[in-house]
Write a protein that binds this ligand. Structure first.
Ligand code: F6R
Ligand code: MG
Ligand code: MG
Length: 365
């Protein structure tokens, strides 16, 4: 049976500040999706949060980029915004960049990751959600999952994974894409994806079966809006087991809290801390950035789960390490590489300050 899994998310208001979502907002979104399920548009749904982001996880048979599904998400966000305004939550409706829905939610602010596939005999799925980071934050973990034998031993010893994976990479600034094959093109791949503020892995495919293996949201809010409106706080869907990496191979990259951009005012690097959903409450200096993982088994499109995958004790050390790295990075204060390079900061006073002091700059010689 062909099923589409759509994960659509938006920050429609924070509680308190940008640190978390309000339970009433989640409950309201749940009502909206329950109605759509009752009416037959959705097979199933699950509503969750990551930090201040509301996450709508939906299964259906309408295919990707379907107007009805996108409208359902948009309406859920706009109704939620009304409630957020009543509660005077912080930044109510901040990710909704348009007043009216026009057929596709892409480019309107919310983040979208969708994949349509033939449901396998057993279909384990992992949905990663991050707060205080941007879409390129998935580059390193996706590379490790699907191209690095030091992470994924299946690439070496499992016959159905040995031919490798193809990576679709998006240039988020120039709106271009390219597909590169691992393992033979990994050096070419890495020159791009090692620069995650510009190049983001959009999708990964099995080269043996052509099956979609992973898909991420690659929207860049600041570029869409042409001004600061918030981080992307991206999501990523990964299929697992059999011809794909095992669940443990998919989760393993997050044992390293790698540095991502997006902490405080979208203008700092910080470690991505893997946490249980309840701990996705970025508080210290509005962070450090968080990632959660919801695990599901699909059963004829029904979402069996979730299991809160990072609630496991084996990620305690990664959390500890993330706190140590956070402490180290914080000591740099307003200096790079804690602070992002000038052109990447989402907040800046640079043009004004430079203009004000223009006359006081003199030539060096
Ligand atoms: C938002 C975020 C925060 C804000 C910061 C300032 O996702 O990460 O760090 O950028 O709290 O927010 P404003 O400008 O809304 O006061
Ligand atoms: Mg926010
Ligand atoms: Mg957020």
């Amino acid at each position: 049976m062909k099923v589409t899994l759509s994960v659509i998310k938006a920050d429609i208001g924070g509680y308190v500040g940008h640190s978390a979502s309000h339970p009433d907002i989640l409950a309201k979104a749940g009502e909206s999706l329950a109605k759509a399920k009752k009416e037959g548009l959705l097979i199933d749904y699950y509503v969750t949060k990551c930090g201040d982001d509301l996450q709508l996880i939906m299964t259906h048979q309408q295919g990707e980029e379907n107007e009805k599904i996108h409208k359902l998400a948009w309406d859920t966000f706009t109704e939620g915004t009304e409630l957020a305004k009543k509660l005077k939550l912080y930044g109510a409706g901040q990710d909704l960049l348009s007043d009216a829905f026009s057929g596709n939610i892409k480019g309107m602010g919310p983040g979208v990751a969708e994949m349509e596939f033939e449901e396998r005999k057993s279909e384990p799925i992992l949905i990663f959600m991050a707060d205080k980071t941007s879409s390129g934050g998935w580059n390193l973990p996706l590379y490790k999952m699907f191209a690095d034998p030091f992470n994924t031993i299946g690439l070496v010893i499992a016959a159905n994974m040995h031919t490798g994976f193809a990576f679709e990479v998006h240039d988020v600034k120039e709106h271009k894409k390219i597909t590169l094959n691992a393992p033979e093109e990994i050096y070419d791949l890495l020159i791009f994806i090692g620069a995650p503020s510009r190049y983001a892995i959009k999708a990964v495919y099995s080269r043996a079966t052509k099956d979609i293996a992973a898909v991420s949201s690659t929207q860049r809010l600041s570029l869409i809006a042409g001004r600061y409106v918030g981080k992307d706080d991206p999501v990523c869907i990964v299929r697992s087991q059999s011809q794909f990496p095992a669940v443990g191979e998919v989760l393993e990259p997050f044992a390293l809290p790698h540095l991502v951009e997006g902490w405080m005012r979208g203008s700092h690097h910080g470690p991505l801390m893997p946490v249980a959903v309840e701990d996705s409450t970025p508080t210290r200096f509005d962070g450090p950035p968080r990632v959660t993982a919801a695990g599901f088994q699909l059963a004829d499109g029904k979402l069996i789960g979730p299991r809160d995958m990072f609630a496991d004790k084996s990620f305690d050390l990664a959390r500890q390490k993330a706190n140590e790295i956070a402490e180290y990075m914080r000591r740099h204060g307003p200096f790079e590489p804690h602070r992002l390079p000038l052109e990447e900061m989402e907040y800046t006073t640079m043009p004004e300050v430079a203009k004000k002091l223009e006359a006081r700059f003199t030539d060096l010689d």
